[in-house]
Design a protein around this ligand. Structure first.
Ligand SMILES: Cc1cc2nc3c(=O)[nH]c(=O)nc-3n(C[C@H](O)[C@H](O)[C@H](O)COP(=O)(O)O)c2cc1C
Length: 259
């Protein structure tokens, strides 16, 4: 279903499902300058996300300078940071709270772990509010965790003070991708637990691969997707996530977010 055929304000359960069924992460965009009114609406949506303790522990850095965009695209290995209509780096931010306390004659506490917990939550909620609002307006977008690839360089590029850490980038534009199938999700009973946590059975684990394999299909290959290969590359021993670990730890320390 294309965005233009969607009901503007989903009201019934099936309309709500149709809206979310139309979600696609998009990484290629038509050149398009987002009208000021649309930009205002998605920023409004971001700022009206719920927030822990009224604090709004996040900042978005909007990238408008082509050179900064190019550099950020290179550092995150996601070219669409340069080509999207709008590109943001979504950060957790406890620096502003410290300034506000200081302004009021108060001293900020030391709460680096709490900051990470609630700051990342606030940042993700605000960013996802923005993406959903953009999708309501017919845009598509992409979250970019690739910010963790080169955190020190990105922190320097954006001149982020101590207390501010990139969580992810978010690009938004008019998608130039066509006929992208909906990407699968795990069977619901593996993700939604009734009252107490329940480990999946071996059959359910097997079924999960059958469901998720298409998400790992390479567009340039006729081979079926292999989600296990994908999971291994990211989460396997000695692979991407493990390799990112010391870099994130160093950045957390640099930004005052590690005890
Ligand atoms: C926190 C986060 C980080 C992500 N990082 C990247 C990324 O660095 N590069 C990318 O191309 N997609 C990235 N994605 C997009 C996911 O790959 C995408 O959401 C997933 O494959 C499901 O596809 P769908 O959103 O179209 O349903 C990220 C998504 C999230 C939520």
């Amino acid at each position: 279903m294309s965005a233009s055929t969607l009901p503007r304000i989903p009201q019934t359960p099936s309309e709500v499902k149709a809206f979310f069924a139309a979600h696609r992460t998009a990484r290629h965009y038509h050149p398009y300058a987002m009208p000021a009114e649309d930009l205002d609406a998605i920023l409004y949506a971001a700022q009206h996300a719920p927030t822990d303790a009224t604090a709004q522990l996040y900042s978005f850095v909007r990238l408008t300078d082509p050179q900064v965009r190019e550099k950020a695209a290179e550092l995150t290995a996601n070219a669409h940071l340069a080509s999207a209509s709008e590109t943001f780096v979504v950060c957790l931010d406890i620096h502003r709270i410290a300034l506000l306390l200081q302004h009021g004659g108060e001293q900020a506490g030391q709460y680096p772990h709490i900051a990470v917990h609630f700051g990342i939550g606030d940042a993700a909620l605000a960013g996802q509010n923005m993406l959903v609002a953009a999708e309501m307006l017919g845009y598509q977008g992409c979250w970019v965790g690739g910010v963790v690839n080169n955190l020190p360089e990105l922190i320097e590029l954006l001149q982020l003070p101590v207390g501010v850490l990139p969580y992810a980038a978010l690009t938004i534009g008019r998608s130039a991708e066509t006929d992208v199938p909906q990407r699968p999700r795990l069977p619901r009973q593996m993700v939604i637990h009734d009252n107490v946590y329940r480990d999946p059975t071996a059959d359910e684990l097997q079924a999960a691969f059958a469901t998720m394999n298409p998400i790992a299909k390479r567009p340039d290959s006729d081979l079926p997707g292999d989600w296990l290969r994908f999971l291994r590359a990211y989460f396997g021993a000695g692979k991407a996530m493990e390799n990112r670990e010391p870099h994130l730890q160093a950045a957390l320390e640099q930004q005052g977010l590690l005890k």
